[in-house]
Design a binder for this molecule. Structure first.
Ligand SMILES: Cc1ncc(COP(=O)(O)O)c(C=O)c1O
Length: 450
């Protein structure tokens, strides 16, 4: 490894960071992470902290998951790559396909389409949902609905259904035919409604209104996260996703559950859809499927959709979509080990217990620090604090304060993520009670330093 002065000096002179202004990276050198173990990461100066970000919502089993590391190393020796485009396959993708079929059976999902990450999974589901209607002779069903505040990655399709201007404006015009409805976000919403159940009903009415306006027979699919993640951890009322499912069914619209962060236990249930008792038509997964150790994803497909594709005799179901790294054998080997370990450790239960501990701790911070406007969580290990400069008027916080908080929390023992006014916490699901205490203590001293 090059020495720390070289690394700090060179960082932003040779690379641009995702989700950062190039000049900001020059002026505010990032933390250079060089090692990790368990639930902790260490930087180039040897400072070790608990990783309350969990990599990027993906290192669910922590950084020392030996079975996944071994699977990757062994697979690299045996078969480092082969494509699964028409005519070839590999043993790992077949074994993984069977595992995923079992894992997602309660969600009614019976086929996997492999991808290289979350944005690819979203793109795949969007495209296959249009194709589904075309196979059925409903060519006009091409539009998409989604939630404001939703995050669906950064490919053009995903960015077009994305519900946050930060990921849209600079790249417009985006794909036509994408329409957004209000998110069930009790802290701020156009209805001025703070009751979660009533707000869920209002958002569902807005959805029905939009469908009537567009014409149901022009809409291919609605895409949503069961709990909105990157948009600031927004858990809807329990009636919301079942309500969306019902409306989609009434109008022949497919429901795509974007579970890139919620699949594999993060919500305290094995999937976010299952958390709400909903069976989607497509489910996008990625991230935790390989514990973040290898870029990989899978779109899971509902049985009735599978039937439409597999019964086609006219050639309309031929899939003209896929990636060089779809079904990468090393990724598939990593995923086999990862799903096995995820089930063996039953991480969903720890996510629920530690998530509750974290959520309660954050509520105590709310009592002590006025800069916290809203605390969100209560469903596994995904929580957020929304910072405000005035709690009464909910005036948004300035840009500098969250960054200052992040630095101070880091000095005090926890890596946290700030995104706009939100502090987002998405730690590994193998987090211990002591780790939660460390994160809360680090946040407390961060708030005290402001
Ligand atoms: C819900 C959701 N969908 C899609 C994505 C995009 O995934 P990726 O960054 O792997 O392309 C993310 C990433 O955070 C996500 O949270």
């Amino acid at each position: 490894m090059k020495d720390s002065n070289y690394l700090k000096e060179r960082n932003a002179k040779s690379i641009w960071h995702p989700m950062a202004h190039p000049t900001d990276s020059l002026n505010n050198p990032p933390t250079i992470v060089t090692e990790a173990e368990g639930t902790s990461i260490s930087d180039v100066d040897g400072h070790q902290v608990v990783d309350a970000v969990g990599g990027l919502w993906n290192v669910n089993l922590g950084y020392s998951c030996e079975p996944v590391k071994a699977a990757i190393a062994n697979q690299l020796d045996r078969l480092p790559y082969y494509s699964i485009f028409r005519g070839t396959s590999n043993d790992c993708v077949i074994e993984l396909g069977d595992m995923l079929q079992d894992f997602f059976a309660p969600d009614g999902l019976t086929r996997a389409f492999y991808t290289s990450g979350g944005s690819d999974s979203v793109e795949t589901a969007l495209r296959l949902s249009r194709q589904y209607h075309k196979i059925k002779g409903q060519e006009a069903r091409t539009k998409y609905l989604s939630l404001k505040k939703g995050y669906h990655g950064t490919h053009f399709g995903g960015a077009s259904v994305n519900g946050n201007a930060n990921f849209r404006t600079a790249y417009e015009p985006l794909m036509p035919g994408c329409f957004h409805i209000p998110a069930p976000y009790t802290y701020r919403n156009p209805f001025n409604e703070t009751d979660p159940e009533r707000l869920a009903q209002l958002c569902l009415q807005a959805l029905e209104d939009e469908i009537a306006f567009q014409g149901a027979n022009t809409i291919a699919a609605l895409i949503m996260e069961p709990i909105l993640g990157a948009g600031g951890v927004i858990p809807p009322h329990e009636s919301f996703m079942p309500g969306v499912r019902k409306i989609c069914d009434q109008h022949g619209i497919l429901l795509i559950a974007d579970e890139v962060i919620t699949a594999f236990g993060r919500t305290g249930s094995w999937t976010g859809s299952r958390h709400w008792g909903v069976k989607p038509d497509f489910m996008c997964t990625a991230k935790a499927i390989t514990n973040g150790y290898f870029p990989f994803g899978a779109v899971m497909i509902a049985d009735h959709v599978v039937e439409v594709f597999e019964r086609d005799t006219e050639g309309k179901a031929a899939i003209g979509h896929g990636y060089t790294y779809s079904g990468h054998p090393v990724g598939a080997a990593a995923a086999i080990a990862c799903v096995t370990e995820t089930l063996r450790l039953n991480v969903k239960d720890n996510a629920a217990a530690r998530g509750q501990q974290l959520f309660e701790g954050l509520q105590k911070l709310y009592d002590d620090f006025d800069v916290i406007g809203d605390v969100r969580g209560g469903h596994g290990l995904m929580c957020a604090l929304e910072l405000v400069s005035d709690r009464t008027t909910k005036k948004p916080i300035d840009k500098a304060t969250p960054v200052k908080l992040q630095k101070a929390a880091y000095e005090s023992g926890a890596m946290i993520r700030v995104s706009g006014p939100n502090v987002i916490l998405s730690p590994p699901l193998v987090l211990t009670a002591e780790d939660v205490d460390t994160i809360l203590a680090a946040l407390r001293s961060g708030f005290q330093s402001l």
